[in-house]
Ligand binder design. Structure first.
Ligand SMILES: Nc1nc2c(ncn2[C@@H]2O[C@H](COP(=O)(O)OP(=O)(O)OP(=O)(O)O)[C@@H](O)[C@H]2O)c(=O)[nH]1
Ligand SMILES: [Mg+2]
Length: 195
């Protein structure tokens, strides 16, 4: 068997396991490139130090991983945030990406106002897909890299964030303020998994 065949076989096994194992949770990570999706997965589920994420390369297409985390069986889908990968996930591969989702986590850099509009467009398209292809999915927005905003400015920053993203209009979307440099991502994940 070639390496390629072996890879394909492993991928198929992973998908089969995920679909047949109803006690497992699929967590789908989406958001623009460089927002910190892979860093969140590596620090929370693999215990990697935050500083070790600085050299992560951009995710190509999407990456599936399987974890045992605090008695939870988890499958993560980490979609690369470059526009071509997002488009592929949302249009071409939507049936696979958006099926069986327990939690969709949409990551937005809190500090990057210039990217709010584009993030919102992708968030809306992701919501449409996830409600179409999954039963009763939970949806979360991470206002991420909060460590880059001084404590005094966080309330104002969050007001602007919610206003620009018009989050109040999106029913059932739960917002977390997160950073890999403190416990906030781990605390958010625990709430999500225990929901
Ligand atoms: N200051 C700060 N930097 C962070 C945080 N989370 C991630 N980063 C940094 O953000 C950069 C991009 O992180 P990635 O995890 O590769 O981003 P990504 O969203 O997976 O990017 P794509 O794979 O291209 O979609 C890295 O240099 C991380 O160290 C955070 O909470 N605070
Ligand atoms: Mg990535």
């Amino acid at each position: 068997m070639s390496y390629l065949d072996q890879d394909i076989k492993e991928e198929e096994n992973l998908i089969e396991e995920m679909v047949s194992d109803t006690s497992s949770s699929k967590i789908l990570f989406l958001g623009l490139t460089q927002t910190g999706k892979t860093s969140i997965i590596k620090t929370v589920f693999e215990g990697r130090a935050p500083e070790d994420t600085e050299d992560l390369v951009a995710t190509v297409r999407f990456e599936r991983m399987k974890y045992n985390y605090n008695d939870h069986k988890i499958f993560t889908y980490d979609v690369g945030g470059q526009i071509s990968y997002l488009e592929e996930a949302i249009e071409v591969s939507k049936q696979e990406i958006f099926a069986n989702v327990k939690a969709l986590i949409f990551v937005i850099e809190a500090v990057n106002l210039g990217a709010y509009a584009s993030s919102r467009q992708y968030l809306l398209r992701a919501l449409r897909n996830v409600y179409q292809y999954s039963d009763d999915p939970r949806v979360y927005v991470f206002a991420h890299k909060m460590d880059l905003i001084t404590e005094d400015n966080r309330d104002d920053a969050m007001r602007v964030f919610k206003q620009y993203l018009d989050l109040d209009k999106l029913e059932n979307v739960v917002l977390f303020q997160t950073s890999i440099y403190d416990n906030s991502t781990i605390e958010a994940m625990e709430k999500i998994l225990n929901n």
